[in-house]
Design a protein around this ligand. Sequence first.
Ligand code: ATP
Ligand code: MG
Length: 759
Amino acid sequence: KYSAKVDYLAGLNPEQREAVLATDGPLLVLAGAGTGKTRVLITRIAHILLESRAQPWEILAVTFTNKAAREMKVRIDSFVKPLPELQWMGTFHSMSAKILRKHAELVDLKSTFTILDTDDQIRLIKQLLAAENIDEKRWPARQFAGMLDAWKNRGLQPKDVPAADSSYYANGKGGRLYHDYQARLKALNAADFGDLLLECIRLFRENPDVLAEYHRKFKYMLVDEYQDSNTAQYLWLRLLAQGKPAAEANICVVGDDDQSIYGWRGAEVDNILRFETDFPGAKVIKLERNYRSTANILKAASTLIAFNEGRLGKTLFTDVADGGDLVSFTQVYDSEEEARTIGEEIEQFQRQGEPLNSMAILVRASFQMREFEERFITLGLNYRVVGGPRFYERKEIRDALAYLRLVAQPADDLAFERIVNVPKRGIGDSTVKMLMETARGMKVPLLAATRMLVETEELKPKQRTTLRALIAQFDDWAWRSESLKPYQLVENILEESGYTDMLEAEKSVESQGRKENLKELSRSMEEFDTLGGFLEHIALVMDRDSADASDAVTIMTLHSAKGLEYDTVFLPGWEDGTFPSQRSMDESGRAGLEEERRLGYVGITRGRKRVRISAAQNRRIHGLWQSAIPSRFIDELPPDAVEVTDKGSAYGGYSYGGGAASRFNKADPFESVYETPGWKRARANQESRKGGGPLTIEGELVARSVDLGGESSGYKLGERVFHLKFGYGEVIQIEGNKLTIDFEKAGTKKVLESFIRKG
Ligand code: ATP
Ligand code: MG
């Protein structure tokens, strides 16, 4: 039996109380941001337990993230003692996985099945493509992964996929591939993320007795953030709710159509509308009083969202008479100044006694984070990045840095290992192992060992050619690094190494983000004149120990900020093309732009006391100044709730209300890249090298290979030797540590000294 720690109903307003007390029968709470929807859900669970209407394991509560589930548990703990063990509180996916493990054999799995991550999934798809002789360049695996995901989000089994849908990919092979893919998963005793729901739905449909078991089990069902549920999740819920006649189902969903921001991942706002049809007689409660934000913040958010057409329509008000601080809109010269300004403001709030925990920077795209991170590191401000690694820890950034490190420092074996087969060059693990053994045996770096191996026949011809080309590229980049600016060099490297093409070919949402991050990397390098200077800077930035995050400013995307609240919220980058995103502006129709506007609404309504929006007038891309105009959403904010500051330069500012943004172009501050004298010199050297001429630029790379080549061999002409692969032979030529051997069986081959022993 549970008892209450506090009078948990006391603080609720009448509508909230009604929503908590209406435990039986279907209930939809449709309400704007900060009206206490999540609080109602939590209080409802406490109420159900305290009234002994159900045991903790008879309550199914669905949250949007695992983090939200943990937070809910903490809050329930403050209402109820002893601590109830809510086993069925979590995301759709975690709940489904739990059910599937219990009945795995009914969907052709074993209870120990593995849940595949994205990398595994892609690898599996590639195998299938190879087996079907489908050209992966033409039909990227990631593209198919995206289609699979979309089908699964819509609750479609292979047999359900509409012909038109499956006919596109690989000239009509889409449906078959889906079928084969599922068969492979079963053979591997594995499920991908989408399967968790889909197979659970199949389990329920094909096994009425199992479904009935859960009907008896779950006496109450609750769902937070219902506006972002997709079709599969909706089907899953509806099956579970069918234990009773629809009008008596104890299901409570809370949501806000204005906060639906996962349409791109298959979320269906219409699920809110369907609720009343599916559960006739459902009670609908609207909450209109906002407890989170000041009147000015609410006004800004409500006015903005009113520009959307497809809305169910809700009102929001606050009882607090004082409007609070005005929402601010600041235009700054560029994104660097934006980071500087926000950094200053944060320090100022900190001096006034505000904890860093109470402040957040919410960005539209992850590439925007880098500038803030760097600024905060300089200032010594604690920060944490939510929902993703820090900028310099991202995979694509580390890959690019590995290339640069290897150019600057040919002995950097970690960098070599990282990129030797990224993008894929057909250099498998066994080859890498051989390179490593050689390097170790000869006590030279990997690159140097490779340099020698490619001169021999130790490697298969194909790999030899590939590695030789790679080495030539590195030599080339090393030369160019003397004359090119670091940011130009990295752009060349990404192009020429095939890295950009690799991302291009993926055609996925993530690869788009990775490309943007790489652009941001090159932008961040513009201020450095030498590669060494840049790498030194990076080493310092990366070395910063991951400080304890007890009090830290939060940096995260608008998407991951859903449901959260902060006293002070910074919303940078409100420029057309960044927010709203270019993609949403290019789209025909309003849907994309409306989803962006909802993101804006989510962003503003995260703020309790202060919301500070900013836009940069200029973004520097590829050394070219490009002017940016303030987001179209700025014009949609109510002038009386917004204060405008123009920190921009004399080049022109933004006049609020009139929409008259300045546009200007500054001439390219750099002389044309390819005409610099240094580059000409490098090119000349390269040409001379092609003709077999002497190397005229000294660099570690060159020097090392010359040195090693000059080492004298411990073998004599005519000596009998043994080679692991080629067997016995006689030394017929010696060039440093490379020997030409006349093998008894394999014929004449050039090999490395370290691969033979005296015969
Ligand atoms: P969102 O749409 O952003 O998810 P929400 O509707 O879920 O918002 P909550 O997070 O539950 O809103 O509540 C917003 C804030 O208002 C919280 O800090 C919460 O504690 C507070 N709050 C809600 N109801 C009350 C109330 N009756 N009295 C005092 N504070 C309240
Ligand atoms: Mg909420």
